[in-house]
Structures are given as C-alpha cells and as structure tokens.
Design a protein around this ligand. Structure first.
Ligand SMILES: CC(C)(COP(=O)(O)OP(=O)(O)OC[C@H]1O[C@@H](n2cnc3c(N)ncnc32)[C@H](O)[C@@H]1OP(=O)(O)O)[C@@H](O)C(=O)NCCC(=O)NCCS
Length: 159
C-alpha cells in the first residue's frame, strides 16, 4: 500500500511508469475519482473491451495512481477521419496536481499519433478545462449537461 507520507507523493521520472492495462484495471481509479459512491458497474464504459480501445495506467511503486482510456469514436462535429475519444481520465486525489495526468496523456497522444490518429477529443468536465487547455486542447461548440455529473465541453487536439 502507498502510505500517507508526503515524500512518497513526489513523482520523479525514475519512479513512475506508464503501461497498457485492461479495462478492469481502470476501475481502481475510475471508481473513487469519477464514480464516487456509485456501484462498480458504473465504471464499465461502452466499448471498454473492443480491440481498438486503449487503456493506460500510470504506476508508482507498482501501485496504480492514474488511468485514461481512448476509444475509436469519431465526433460528428470534427470533420477529420482518424479520431479517438479520450474518456475516464483520472488521477487519485493524493497525486493530482503533480504532473502525473499530463505525463500519462502525453504518452497516450504519442502512442495514438504513431497509429495514424489525427485528433483526440473528449467531453471535458468544466472543472478540468484548465488541465486540457494547458495541454493544447481547444473547445468546440457549446457547453452541455451530463446528468448527475454536470457541465461539459467538447475539447479536441490536433496531434
Ligand atoms: C483533471 C486531472 C486528470 C488532471 O491530472 P493532474 O495530474 O492533476 O494534472 P497535472 O498535474 O498533470 O496538471 C497539468 C497542468 O494542468 C493544470 N491543471 C490540472 N488540473 C487542473 C484543473 N482542474 N483546472 C485547471 N488547471 C489544472 C495544472 O496546474 C498543470 O499546469 P502547470 O503545468 O502550469 O502546473 C486530475 O486532476 C483528476 O483526476 N481530476 C478529477 C477527475 C477529472 O476531473 N477528470 C477529468 C474528467 S473530464
């Protein structure tokens, strides 16, 4: 277990690693961060087990601290053929704001670019807009509400 010890939360390039994981491994982070208080089945996303879906986990001391997933899904407002949708982007609370999310997303962007993906887009929570903007994502269209989660914006990035 990761102890409640601040020094362990210091992320150095040498002590984290990012790897491909399966959909069930995402639940350890999806549940507390994105579906708090909801049943585990709320962590299952449509398309999670498709061959084209990519799940990433970021680990420190062999414990998963963040996840994100990429689904081969085109947004009709974006007229470019090769798109992936980012979903389930989440970092455990004690590790947020330390550069972990941006490291993992950068890794995913490079991986998808190497597979000819041109655009990554996502439905971004209003509270995460700053994070995506920092990483070069732009808003397209008007904000919309997702029941029980709140206001979202479509954001996209050209790879
Ligand atoms: C949003 C989230 C994934 C970002 O990951 P993170 O590891 O905390 O972000 P990082 O530390 O890599 O931040 C990268 C940059 O974005 C900024 N940033 C991060 N979260 C931000 C936020 N919520 N609002 C504004 N800016 C933010 C950071 O300040 C940092 O900028 P800097 O390089 O100038 O310091 C993470 O905080 C999280 O899991 N939040 C809760 C779940 C969530 O909202 N997920 C997104 C669903 S769409």
């Amino acid at each position: 277990m990761i102890q409640d010890n601040k020094s362990l939360y210091t992320i150095k390039t040498s002590n984290y690693n990012i790897k491909l994981i399966n959909s069930e491994e995402t639940h350890a982070v999806r549940l507390p961060i994105l579906r708090a208080g909801q049943p585990i089945k709320s962590c299952i996303f449509e398309g999670d087990n498709l061959e084209t879906t990519v799940h990433l986990g970021i680990y420190i001391h062999d414990e998963i601290i963040g996840v994100c997933s990429f689904f081969k899904n085109n947004n009709k407002n974006i007229l470019i053929a090769n798109q992936y949708q980012l979903r389930g982007m989440a970092i455990l609370k004690n590790f947020q704001g330390k550069g972990v999310g941006s490291k993992m997303l950068n890794y995913g962007e490079k991986l998808l670019k190497s597979k000819q993906t041109e655009i990554i887009w996502c439905n971004a929570r209003e509270s995460a807009l700053g994070f995506y903007k920092q990483l070069g994502y732009n808003i397209i269209g008007e904000p919309f509400d997702i029941a029980s989660i709140g206001i979202h914006y479509i954001m996209f990035k050209n790879l």
